[in-house]
Design a protein around this ligand. Structure first.
Ligand SMILES: Nc1nc2c(ncn2[C@@H]2O[C@H](COP(=O)(O)OP(=O)(O)O)[C@@H](O)[C@H]2O)c(=O)[nH]1
Ligand SMILES: [Mg+2]
Length: 297
């Protein structure tokens, strides 16, 4: 599907709406109000919306496409720090997030990406509460031809992570992707467990996990920010993944997250396909959101 097509719903609401509102010669109060509604409706958040509203009078009505100006202004406003892959081998990537956010799907997509590069990938399921969790990961492993480490229902999730790291070292793997539970008895229990898994990784291999990705469901829009904050308090998240953006008009929320969170956005999920996990790049994202031409890769 790709980024441009994946953001279609958001663009139809925001990009087309803005074009209609701001395409005219006059920028009266009513037009400004409509523009503000569109920006807030895309879940861009108050802060970025306010900034755009301040600049709008200077942008609209001119010769140049105001969307070009808006795009560069928004992209400039976003932090440039990136959530990059590390050069550690095996690189241990811990994937966390609430149930249904898209963790397992993200793991499958990352695995596919690394395999294309010729890397050896090991998958591990540290969700030992739900039998279905291991099964789901195994199905992906079979499809991708990647090895999957699962353990008996009820065994210790930290032990799974530990064993998986040892196996990835012994087996000369390039990447180990660790799936985790998204729900156990309480949120505190979950956070304590994730924090423990994180610690255990470090005991199995110094510096591991090299990346900790938090997967957030993009359809909840800006509500994902508080979720990111509570996970961030429990363990050192290194990157955010926002999924299901193809299913929402709230694509502006990713920009709100990128500007408000201390953790960089690493990837965005924009569709059902294996290719539909895209590295987040502010400028390309903003341009797709506003309906500017698709940037060639
Ligand atoms: N449309 C769409 N669906 C997605 C995306 N990412 C994940 N999903 C779907 O969301 C559902 C939950 O994903 P899953 O990986 O099982 O979540 P988990 O419980 O966190 O492991 C699945 O049906 C996925 O196909 C995305 O970017 N776009
Ligand atoms: Mg899962």
């Amino acid at each position: 599907m790709g980024l441009f097509e994946g953001l279609r719903k958001s663009r139809d609401a925001l990009g087309k709406g803005l074009s209609k509102v701001l395409g005219g010669p006059r920028l009266d109060e009513e037009t400004m109000e409509e523009a503000e509604e569109l920006l807030l409706g895309s879940d861009l958040g108050w802060e970025l919306t306010e900034m755009v509203m301040e600049e709008l009078p200077r942008m609209a009505g001119g010769e140049e496409d105001y969307r070009e100006k808006l795009a560069s202004m928004l992209a400039e406003r976003l932090p440039t720090r990136k959530a990059e892959e590390t050069s550690a081998r095996p690189e241990v990537v811990l994937v966390v997030g609430v149930n249904g956010s898209g963790k397992t799907t993200v793991i499958a997509r990352l695995a596919a990406r690394y395999q294309v590069r010729g890397e050896r990938v090991l998958l591990a399921c540290a969700d030992t509460y739900r039998a279905a969790a291991a099964e789901q990961l195994q199905i992906w492993g079979d499809r991708l031809g990647a090895e999957v480490l699962t353990q008996q229902h009820g065994s210790d999730p930290g032990a799974v992570a530990f064993d998986a790291i040892k196996k990835s070292l012994a087996g000369d793997y390039d990447r180990l992707l660790v799936d985790t539970a998204g729900r156990i008895q309480t949120r505190d229990d979950l956070m304590a467990e994730l924090s423990k898994i994180h610690r255990v990784c470090g005991k199995a291999l110094q510096g591991a996990p090299h990346r900790t990705l938090l997967v957030l469901d993009g359809t909840v829009g800006q509500n994902a920010i508080s979720q990111a904050q509570s996970f961030g308090e429990a363990l050192p998240v290194t990157g955010i993944v926002v999924t299901k953006l193809d299913g929402t008009a709230k694509g502006g929320a990713v920009l709100a997250m990128a500007s408000r969170l201390d953790i960089p956005v690493a990837y965005v999920g924009v569709g059902e396909g294996l290719d539909d996990l895209v590295e987040f790049e502010p400028s390309a994202y903003v341009r797709a959101l506003l309906g500017l031409e698709e940037l060639s890769a």
